[in-house]
Structures are given as structure tokens and as C-alpha cells.
Design a binder for this molecule. Structure first.
Ligand code: EPU
Length: 338
């Protein structure tokens, strides 16, 4: 393991923020990770993997460990299912394609989500009616203070909407090294409940979709709405969709009967933050090199050389305006790194 100094993190975060790390190392094995975490002369460690869910707002005066653990293996199998163990540094979308080539079902709705396998549990990634937790068995993570590997079951992970143990009690305490997923070999659970998928399949006259058809539909929808981070820096949805109570929803929907919403439970409703932000006039707006994507107001973009601080200022302006216009608080989904 080589420790480098003053390394730009631009290629390691999908927002393309050009901030430097004081110290930096590639982590290619569990042994590298154990060693790096135990180095007491670098007290502040910062873990970066796919860098797809973070906004770096300044230089990182820390020892940045880039998780590059690779490998996919079958750890259990029967007639109907297969369990895959996937190392943390595997690219998520390449993993999805790998499973589809072998006709393993479960991940197709989550095609083209940026990031790596190891960070998927942290925010319980999800798209088009499916979340990671629906296929999740367990994960392994190294305890930062003991450098021992611990196993977390699905229950231990305490998954919620874009939420898990690793964003709460476990925050800053673990580095996920591998995840285990359970996929189907036959009788696949095709999920077209998300309207946009049905529309896309209908347009292509597909009535009996395969896993690959679902994946292709999701890819087409995402490519229309979401910018490719390789072309335009971004971190996917910048904000979470706010969940409001039944009473708040009553007041909101009376004032805005045209607003889209999803009922989450008898007492809670989710409002698309993209709609709220668009109503405030931000969709497609650009402020210097920071902007709001023209096809999806939930996504903030870096046109070229925006600093993390400029993106953060824009996010704060949006939060204030949404609150002023609708009385609803929205909050970032991405991790803000100060
Ligand atoms: N909408 C607008 N204007 C916009 C964007 C959205 O009016 O600019 C409204 C529309 O009514 C639309 C509704 O919001 O029908 C929902 O939009 P969309 O289907 O694009 O989904 P979303 O709620 O904006 C969420 C996830 C996405 C995920 C999609 C599809 C969050 C924070 N985001 O977005 O996840 O791909 O659903 O399942 O839950 C991500 O987390 O990075 C991400 C892209």
C-alpha cells in the first residue's frame, strides 16, 4: 500500500469536485484496509468508494482510503435461488449487467445507479419500485477501531427509505467490505409497478418482459432524466423526497391539488421534491458552474469547475425557497463533506 500526498479527488467523486486529499491510498485487499486503519500517525481517515453520493466542500485534511476491493462469487445455490457475495469496490451497474447475463433476477430495476456495491447498503439504494433491501442477505464490514470483520444481517442493517444503521448508530464506525445478495434463477418477480416502466415497455410493444427488457426500460428512462456523471458532474438525487403527516398533507393538497404524491402509510405522504423545486422555478437554472438539471429538478449538476461550496450554496437557497413557498422542509440525500 502506497501513501500519496496532495491528490486531487476530482476523478474519485461523480460530482467532479476538484478538492485535494492531504493523504491518499488505494485499498486493494482487506489486509491493506486493516493496515491503513491501524496507522495512528493518520488519525483522520476518510473512506471513498464510488464517490457517487457525496459533495466534498473543501480540501480534505485527512487520509483518504479509496476502496478498490474486487470479486463476485457464488456462495450458495439451490434450484430457485443464488446467493452472490460481492466485494465492496465492484461497480454497481456492472454487477447488475453481470447478473443479467446469467439470467439472475432481482437487480434489474436498479440498473444504471452510480456507485459501488459496498456503498449500496449505506443508503439502501433504490429505484423504480425496488430497493437494495429486497435482495439483501447480509454484509461484512471492518470495524474501524478494532479492524475486525463483523457480519450484519438484514435486520442489523435497519433499512429505511435511503437510510440504514450505517447512516445512524454505525456512522463513521465501519467500512463495508462485501455484500451478499439473494437473486432468483427462475420464477423471477418482474416488477413493473412504477408507471414509467409500463409506459416504456408499452412504447416498445413488450407485453411479457424479460429481466433484460426491464433493465433496458430502466436504462432508457434514467438516460432521459438523469445526466451521465461522466459528461456532467452530479450525484443523482441531491435531496430526499419529504415525508409529511396526514394533517400536513391535508393542508398542502388543498392549496396544491395538482401536486403529485405517494401515500406511504395511513399517516404519511411522500411529495416528490423534484416537483416542489420545479415549482420554485429552479429547473434548468444555472448559477456560474452550479445548476439544477433541465430534466430532473432533484439533481444538482456541476457544469465544469463548480466548487463544492457553490453547489452547497445553491442547495441551501433551494431548501429555503421550498420552505418559504410550501412550508415543507427538504433535506439533502447526499453526504455533505465539510
Ligand atoms: N417531478 C417534477 N419535476 C421534476 C422531477 C420530478 O414535477 O423535475 C415529479 C413528477 O411528477 C414525477 C415525480 O416527481 O412524476 C417523480 O419523479 P421521478 O419518477 O423522477 O422520481 P423521483 O421521486 O424524483 C426517485 C428517486 C430516484 C429514483 C426514482 C425512480 C429519491 C430521492 N429519488 O426520484 O433515485 O431513480 O425515484 O425510482 O427517492 C437517486 O437516489 O439518486 C435517484 C436518482
Amino acid at each position: 500500500m502506497k501513501i500519496l500526498q496532495d491528490i486531487s479527488l476530482k476523478q474519485y467523486n461523480t460530482f467532479g469536485i476538484n478538492s485535494n486529499a492531504k493523504y491518499f491510498a488505494e485499498i486493494n485487499s482487506e489486509e491493506d484496509l486493516r493496515k491503513a486503519l491501524s496507522l495512528e500517525e493518520y488519525p483522520d481517515k476518510f473512506i471513498i468508494s464510488g464517490g457517487s453520493n457525496m459533495l466534498i466542500t473543501g480540501p480534505l485534511d485527512a487520509f483518504v482510503l479509496h476502496i478498490n476491493l474486487k470479486g463476485i462469487s457464488i456462495v450458495a445455490e439451490n434450484e430457485n435461488n443464488i446467493n452472490l457475495k460481492v466485494s465492496a469496490g465492484e461497480n454497481w451497474h456492472e454487477l447488475v449487467l453481470w447478473t443479467l447475463e446469467r439470467n439472475f433476477g432481482g437487480l434489474e430495476n436498479m440498473s444504471l445507479i452510480p456507485g459501488n456495491a459496498g456503498t449500496a447498503p449505506i443508503q439502501n439504494i433504490g429505484a423504480y419500485g425496488v430497493e437494495l433491501k429486497d435482495n439483501f442477505v447480509s454484509c461484512e464490514a471492518m470495524n474501524i477501531s478494532t479492524q475486525k470483520i463483523e457480519t450484519f444481517s438484514k435486520a442489523d442493517c435497519n433499512f429505511g427509505y435511503r437510510d440504514s444503521f450505517f447512516k445512524n448508530e454505525g456512522k463513521g464506525k465501519y467500512v463495508i467490505t462485501a455484500i451478499t445478495l439473494k437473486l432468483t434463477k427462475k420464477n423471477h418477480q418482474i416488477n413493473t409497478s412504477y408507471g414509467a416502466i409500463e409506459d416504456e415497455l408499452g412504447r416498445n410493444n413488450i407485453t411479457n418482459p424479460t429481466l433484460k427488457d426491464i433493465s433496458n426500460a430502466v436504462i432508457a428512462i434514467r438516460q432521459r432524466k438523469l445526466p451521465d456523471p461522466k459528461v456532467l458532474g452530479n450525484s443523482g438525487s441531491f435531496f430526499k423526497n419529504p415525508v409529511i403527516s396526514k394533517d400536513e398533507f391535508g393542508i398542502f393538497s388543498k392549496a396544491h391539488p395538482e401536486a403529485p404524491f405517494y401515500k406511504v402509510s395511513d399517516d404519511s405522504y411522500k411529495i416528490p421534491a423534484g416537483w416542489l423545486i420545479e415549482q420554485c422555478g429552479y429547473k434548468g437554472k444555472r448559477f456560474g458552474d452550479a445548476g439544477v438539471h433541465k430534466n430532473q429538478a432533484l439533481v444538482l449538476v456541476n457544469y465544469n469547475n463548480a466548487t463544492g461550496k457553490e453547489i452547497l450554496d445553491l442547495a441551501c437557497k433551494i431548501i429555503t425557497d421550498v420552505k418559504k413557498s410550501f412550508g415543507i422542509s427538504i433535506s439533502p440525500e447526499v453526504n455533505i463533506i465539510k
